[in-house]
Design a protein around this ligand. Structure first.
Ligand code: HPA
Length: 280
């Protein structure tokens, strides 16, 4: 299947036909800890909240990760017109990096002007603690492959494109400002991508730390690279669900990650909502 402009256009057209052409201003891709936020999305100026399961969108991918539901939700949340991906796609599920470009390209065609992405991550920085938040200043993705590999889609962006400003200073400042009124401890740091699904070895975490990583995770970077290609500014936030491998001595399981997210959910949702309200 050729992933040309028409491919993405036809997916966006299908969605437009269901929503009646609803134009969200902000795209949300929510990871562990903020999954419940989707329930806060309501109707918007005569537009009924609308949910579309990924499985009903021809050409869309379907999600398999635990705690990820798999639908697009359109409506208003915290005073903003949003489209939310409830359930995201990860490289470890078996998708190619190229396939992982699809969701954000479709959101771009639906008209989003900003993308907010969240994830659960392990703390590499030993001064971080589970239950805290890291606003993503930058990321490191050393593993081969890119969602933009293959023929460029010039209608969406340039062959070679900047990655220096995608984690917008302006959007990060809003998140850091809102942190002052939250009981959450909020850091700013570097997200280090590992492809998973295995958690990292202690040596990998030491290497990530030496290279400048503050938190590790298995998502987000493909979405951010795709957003940068089509010039959509991103706010990225990591919920610190655990200390990374080797920092703690106990076995790391996905239960620990999901449980930490559930515990922090009310505070995270409140903080997140205030950020949405104040985003430019
Ligand atoms: N490593 C990778 N991904 C993660 C982690 C981790 O420690 N915690 C949550 N997602």
């Amino acid at each position: 299947m050729e992933r040309d402009y028409q491919f993405y256009r036809s997916i966006a057209d299908h969605i437009d036909a269901v929503t009646g052409g609803f134009r969200p201003e902000i795209g949300l891709i929510l990871g562990t800890g903020l999954g419940g936020f989707a329930d806060m999305i309501g109707p918007c100026e005569g537009f009924e909240r609308c949910e579309i399961p990924y499985a009903e969108i021809p050409g869309f991918l379907t999600s398999t990760a635990p705690g990820h539901q798999g639908k697009l939700i359109f409506g208003q949340a915290c005073g903003r017109k949003v489209v939310c991906m409830s359930g995201r796609f990860h490289y470890y599920e078996g998708y190619s990096y190229e396939e992982l470009a699809m969701p954000v390209r479709v959101l771009a065609l639906l008209g989003i002007k900003k993308l907010v992405v969240t994830n659960a991550a392990g703390a590499v920085n030993e001064s971080y603690r589970p239950g805290e938040v890291m606003v993503i200043r930058d990321h490191i993705k050393l593993f081969g492959g890119s969602p933009m590999r293959g023929p460029n889609v010039p209608e969406l962006g340039d062959r070679f494109f900047d990655m220096a400003n995608v984690y917008s200073r302006e959007l990060r400042d809003v998140a850091l400002e809102c942190a002052k009124e939250s009981r959450l401890t909020v850091h700013e740091g570097v997200y280090f991508f590992f492809p998973g699904p295995q958690y990292e070895t202690p040596a990998e975490i030491r290497a990530a730390r030496m290279l400048g990583g503050d938190a590790v995770g298995m998502s987000t970077v493909t979405e951010v690279i795709t957003a940068s290609h089509c010039r959509i500014p991103v706010l990225g936030m990591s919920f610190i669900s655990n200390m990374a491998s080797g920092v703690t001595k106990h076995e790391l399981t996905s239960d620990e990650v999901v449980e930490a997210g559930e515990k922090a959910a009310p505070l995270l949702e409140e903080y997140f909502c205030e950020i949405l309200r104040r985003l430019p």
